[in-house]
Each structure stands twice: as C-alpha cells, then as structure tokens.
Design a protein around this ligand. Structure first.
Ligand SMILES: Nc1ncnc2c1ncn2[C@@H]1O[C@H](COP(=O)(O)OP(=O)(O)OP(=O)(O)O)[C@@H](O)[C@H]1O
Ligand SMILES: [Mg+2]
Length: 448
C-alpha cells in the first residue's frame, strides 16, 4: 500500500477518473483537479506529497504548475504527463525540478513504480528527521538533583502538567534551573520524540523576530537568500521554549498572541497558512506581573503564556539541596575534565553551605568546576574555593582596636603554648617572637 496524498490534474474528466480510481486502489489519498489553478489553491490549504499533472491544458500548463508548486512547498514532488513525442517539454520540466515524467497514454504500472520511489524517498527523509530528534532528546537527559520540599513540589507539578497542552511559564532567578525544568516537561510529555526548540528572546534583534519565529521565503527581505523555516515550523509536533520571554518587543507581542490563539502562521513573504502544532513553554527571571502592571508586557499574551505558573525558588532558600548538588557537580566535573577528584573537605563544604549564591545553581556549578580543575589533591579543600567564599571578617565590634589586638594576641599565645606542650623556646619560634618577649607576654596575660 502506498500511503501518499496525490493531486491529479487533467482537464479531461475521464482521464482524471481513470488515474484517480487506480491510485485510490493502490492506497493513495487522491484529489482530482481540472486545472493547475485549482491545484495551487488546494496545496495552500492541504498537505500533499505528489502532484501528477498533465502538460498541455487550458490556463496554466504543466511547467507553470511545477514552478508554482515548488515555490509554495519544495518538498512536494511533481510528476508530469507529456504527450507522445514532446520530449523537450519533459526535459525542460526535469531541469526545473520535476521528480519524473510519464508519456501518455499513461502506463499504470509505470506510474505505480514512480510513486513508490517518491514514497521511499519521503520515508528516508522522515527516518532521518526522527533520528535527529532522537539524538536531540538524548542530549536532553539531565538529572535534577534536589532534597528540598520546594523542588519536590516543582517536580510534582512537572509530572502533572507534562501530558497536557497547557502553556507553562517558569519563573525564577537566573541560574535556578528554569531551562532544565522546561526540558523535563518536554521529556515527560507525549511530544518527547519530537523536537524541543529553545528561542532566546533576549538574543534576537527586534526586526528579526518575525522571520526567526515564523520563517521567511527567499527574497522576503534584503538578505533573505534562502527560504528559511522559523522556530514554530522546526518545533512542529514538539515543544517551543521561549526563554527570556519578557524580552519580546511589545510590537511583536500582538503577532505572537494571534499565532498562539489561531494556531496558524505564515512565513514572511508567503500567503500560505501553516498549521502550528507546538506546545509553548516560557521562562523569565523578571517579574512579569509587574511588567504587565506597568504596560511593558501585554496582559492578554501574559495570560496565554501563564496558564500554569511554576516558580523555582533561589538556592539560598533551599540550602538543603547544596550538599547533594556539590557531590553531583564534583562527580560531573571530574568526569568532564578528567580529574581524579572524588570528595570535598568538611571545611570547604562548610564554606559552600554558608554562601548566598546570587547566581544560584549555575554559580555553584562554576565554583565546583574551577575547584575540581585546580584541586591539588583528590579532595577539594577550602583553598580551592574562591576567596569570596571564605568566612567574612568579623564585623567591627564596639571594643577599641588595642583591646581587640590584645585579645587576639592572648589567644595566639595560648594556642602556641598548647601546641608545643609548654616548651617556651618552641612556642616563641612558632609565634615569630623572642623568648624574652614571650615570657613578658605570658606574665602579662597570666598564662601558665
Ligand atoms: N537541581 C539541579 N540539579 C542539577 N543541575 C542543575 C539543577 N538546577 C540547575 N542545574 C544546572 O545549573 C545550570 C543552570 O540551569 P539552567 O540553565 O536551567 O538555569 P536558568 O534558570 O535557565 O538560568 P538563566 O536564567 O541564567 O537562563 C545548568 O547547567 C543546569 O544543568
Ligand atoms: Mg535559561
């Protein structure tokens, strides 16, 4: 069975009937058209694999049909039927991108053979695309490490919304794992074998938004040398992730809203309506509600995007995740950088647990990456961590400086005496002072 959708164009109704009848019998979905014009209207609205067209017809001829079809969708294959003895027409058609030609009267077995070739070709292309998206989804596999209840709740939400079509807006400070959660939703959804396409809205210059998202035809604007698919088209059947969504320019917001509502869009410079079957996820580290209140973001678009809100708390509000994340990143970074680092000293972990992480999990990962690369031993120590992580100097107390200096001196001497088990020569050496000064200080502080 050949499951192809085919348009048959012939101005001769009986000829049309014979061909259509045969094609239906071998499994094709067939639409008959009495003219090229009718065919063009149809392919603007419906998906078609093959156009089988007569050459000489009133109105558009076969060559013109071929050109127009290829303009609208180059993936549609065109087969021409030429009268006996008009080889030049056939040659011209092949030069212009026809898939093949048949001479009339059409040999039905030959027709079937040629369609079979198209079918195999299409299948190959589809398999190829599938393979690509599979590779893509493998690269999506990241473990989400956590211990906190708050992330547990986020993941619970992910599980509950993933099989729906609802738009999800993920909010959270920079580096909290917004993109990771978006990928987790995609992976857990029925769309997981289709593409996950991320768009960084902050990185697209304002005039290019439309062409980036919806694509453009060749020549749609200066510099459009090739027809290009937009992100909506690339994500077909899958998930479109609008990252930094607050950065979508106001002027473009209304267009995006319309496409989301009507589920249809057009490439820039084309009138063909394309169906958009994408699930929209978005993320931001801005306060979108406030932007809406200040008229910096359209409220209607915000409601469309924010059907299900998910908020990821900053790392400093879920410190119970730090330990696990540290072990996870040590293992990961040691593997990536081929280092034999396997653990971390208590002191270093202590420093990491106390830090505030303005850059959240990403900052923690960067700190560990650096530490693993620089580590002198198999264990990450305090010295391998950035200075900003070392305990902050004590805040200034009310006591005078001389008094604080004396207190510190007292402690240091006590410690030196303890370490040297009371051997004054050694203690003085350790402290870098003479034995005479040491005896004087011992007496001063009453140390035995
Ligand atoms: N719970 C977690 N477990 C493991 N890795 C995490 C976790 N959270 C974040 N990460 C890692 O931290 C890094 C930052 O995460 P991600 O890119 O998802 O953050 P983001 O919120 O999108 O950041 P930004 O706002 O800067 O775009 C990534 O390398 C991600 O794998
Ligand atoms: Mg991000």
């Amino acid at each position: 069975m050949l499951s192809l959708s085919v348009i048959v164009i012939d101005d001769d109704a009986s000829q049309r009937k014979i061909l259509s009848g045969y094609l239906s019998k071998i499994g094709c979905k067939v639409t008959g058209c009495e003219s090229g014009e009718r065919c063009i209207e149809t392919i603007k609205k419906h998906y078609v694999d093959v156009v089988l067209t007569d050459f000489r017809m009133p109105g558009m001829n076969g060559l013109e049909v071929l050109q127009k079809v290829k303009e609208i969708n180059p993936e549609i294959q065109v087969i021409l039927m030429t009268a006996f003895g008009t080889v030049e027409d056939a040659v011209e058609a092949m030069k212009n991108g026809a898939w093949d030609y048949l001479s009339k009267p059409v040999d039905l077995d030959e027709l079937e053979l040629k369609l079979k070739k198209v079918f195999e070709h299409n299948q190959l292309i589809r398999e190829n695309q599938l393979l690509k998206t599979q590779l893509q989804s493998e690269s999506l596999s990241t473990d989400i490490i956590y211990k906190s209840k708050s992330i547990g709740e986020v993941l619970n939400m992910v599980a509950r919304v993933s099989d729906s079509q609802a738009a999800v807006l993920i909010q959270g400070e920079s580096g909290t794992g917004k993109e990771m959660i978006a990928k987790a939703i995609h992976r857990a959804s029925p769309r997981k074998d289709k593409p996950f396409v991320a768009v960084n809205c902050a990185a697209i210059p304002e005039p290019l938004f439309e062409s980036e998202l919806f694509g453009h035809e060749k020549g749609a604007f200066t510099g459009a040398h090739e027809r290009t698919k937009g992100r909506f088209e690339i994500a077909a059947g899958g998930t479109l992730f609008l990252d930094e969504v607050a950065d979508i320019p106001l002027a473009f917001q209304v267009k995006l809203l319309r496409v989301i509502q009507e589920k249809e869009f057009q490439r820039l410079g084309s009138s063909q309506l394309l169906k958009s079957d994408v699930r929209i996820l978005s993320a931001t580290n801005k306060d979108m509600q406030q932007m809406v209140d200040e008229d910096l973001f359209r409220s209607d678009l915000f409601f469309r995007l924010n059907v299900i809100p998910i908020t990821i708390p900053p790392l400093r509000e879920r410190r119970e995740d730090i330990t696990e994340l540290v072990y996870h990143f040590i293992e990961k970074q040691a593997r990536i950088n081929r280092r034999k680092v396997t653990g971390i000293s208590t002191e270093a972990m202590d420093g990491l647990l106390k830090y505030d992480y303005p850059g959240n999990v990403r900052e923690l990962e960067n700190i560990i990456e650096r530490a693993v690369i620089l580590a002198r031993n198999e264990i990450v120590t305090r010295a391998d961590l950035p200075l900003s992580l070392h305990s902050k100097p004590k805040s200034l107390s009310n006591e005078s400086m001389p008094l604080q200096v004396e207190q510190l001196e007292h402690k240091l001497i006590e410690k030196a005496i303890r370490t040297t088990h009371g051997v004054q020569t050694k203690a003085a050496e350790l402290l870098g002072i003479s034995e005479r000064v040491l005896r004087y200080k011992l007496a001063k502080y009453g140390i035995k």
